[in-house]
Design a protein around this ligand. Sequence first.
Ligand SMILES: [Zn+2]
Length: 83
Amino acid sequence: MQAASRDTNADDEHDPEGATIAFERQQLAAVLESAEATQRRLEEALARHARGDYGRCRSCGGPIAPGRLEARPGATLCIDCAR
Ligand SMILES: [Zn+2]
Protein backbone atom coordinates (compact mmCIF):
# COMPACT_ATOMS: atom_id res chain seq x y z
CA MET A 1 0.00 0.00 0.00
CA GLN A 2 2.86 2.35 0.81
CA ALA A 3 4.45 1.60 -2.54
CA ALA A 4 1.16 2.26 -4.33
CA SER A 5 0.53 5.56 -2.57
CA ARG A 6 4.08 6.79 -3.01
CA ASP A 7 3.49 7.71 -6.65
CA THR A 8 0.12 9.35 -6.19
CA ASN A 9 -0.42 13.02 -5.51
CA ALA A 10 -2.81 12.29 -2.66
CA ASP A 11 -0.40 13.23 0.10
CA ASP A 12 -2.04 16.50 1.01
CA GLU A 13 -0.28 16.65 4.37
CA HIS A 14 3.20 16.95 2.97
CA ASP A 15 2.77 18.49 -0.45
CA PRO A 16 4.39 21.91 -0.28
CA GLU A 17 2.99 22.81 -3.69
CA GLY A 18 -0.48 24.22 -4.23
CA ALA A 19 -3.71 23.66 -2.36
CA THR A 20 -4.41 20.65 -0.21
CA ILE A 21 -7.03 18.17 -1.25
CA ALA A 22 -9.14 19.21 1.75
CA PHE A 23 -9.02 22.82 0.58
CA GLU A 24 -9.99 21.87 -2.97
CA ARG A 25 -12.86 19.77 -1.58
CA GLN A 26 -14.04 22.78 0.42
CA GLN A 27 -13.87 25.00 -2.67
CA LEU A 28 -15.84 22.48 -4.69
CA ALA A 29 -18.48 22.17 -1.94
CA ALA A 30 -18.88 25.97 -1.93
CA VAL A 31 -19.29 26.05 -5.73
CA LEU A 32 -21.86 23.25 -5.54
CA GLU A 33 -23.77 25.00 -2.75
CA SER A 34 -23.86 28.25 -4.74
CA ALA A 35 -25.08 26.44 -7.86
CA GLU A 36 -27.83 24.75 -5.85
CA ALA A 37 -28.94 28.10 -4.39
CA THR A 38 -29.09 29.58 -7.91
CA GLN A 39 -31.12 26.59 -9.09
CA ARG A 40 -33.58 27.04 -6.18
CA ARG A 41 -34.00 30.76 -6.98
CA LEU A 42 -34.67 30.00 -10.64
CA GLU A 43 -37.12 27.21 -9.83
CA GLU A 44 -38.99 29.62 -7.56
CA ALA A 45 -38.98 32.19 -10.39
CA LEU A 46 -40.48 29.59 -12.74
CA ALA A 47 -43.17 28.81 -10.15
CA ARG A 48 -43.99 32.54 -9.86
CA HIS A 49 -44.14 32.73 -13.65
CA ALA A 50 -46.56 29.79 -13.71
CA ARG A 51 -48.76 31.57 -11.13
CA GLY A 52 -48.62 34.73 -13.21
CA ASP A 53 -46.88 36.91 -10.64
CA TYR A 54 -43.35 36.80 -12.05
CA GLY A 55 -41.78 40.26 -12.17
CA ARG A 56 -43.95 41.56 -9.33
CA CYS A 57 -42.23 42.84 -6.19
CA ARG A 58 -43.13 40.68 -3.18
CA SER A 59 -42.77 43.68 -0.88
CA CYS A 60 -44.65 46.56 -2.55
CA GLY A 61 -46.46 44.63 -5.28
CA GLY A 62 -45.10 46.93 -7.97
CA PRO A 63 -43.42 45.79 -11.17
CA ILE A 64 -39.75 44.78 -11.13
CA ALA A 65 -37.87 46.62 -13.91
CA PRO A 66 -37.15 44.42 -16.96
CA GLY A 67 -33.45 45.34 -16.81
CA ARG A 68 -33.27 44.08 -13.23
CA LEU A 69 -34.98 40.80 -14.17
CA GLU A 70 -32.61 40.43 -17.09
CA ALA A 71 -29.62 40.81 -14.80
CA ARG A 72 -31.16 38.81 -11.92
CA PRO A 73 -33.94 36.54 -13.20
CA GLY A 74 -34.60 35.30 -9.67
CA ALA A 75 -35.13 38.79 -8.21
CA THR A 76 -38.19 39.01 -5.94
CA LEU A 77 -37.88 42.69 -4.99
CA CYS A 78 -37.98 45.84 -7.09
CA ILE A 79 -34.86 47.98 -6.99
CA ASP A 80 -36.40 50.42 -4.48
CA CYS A 81 -37.41 47.69 -2.02
CA ALA A 82 -34.07 45.91 -2.48
CA ARG A 83 -32.20 49.02 -1.26
ZN1 LIG B 1 -40.96 46.91 -4.31
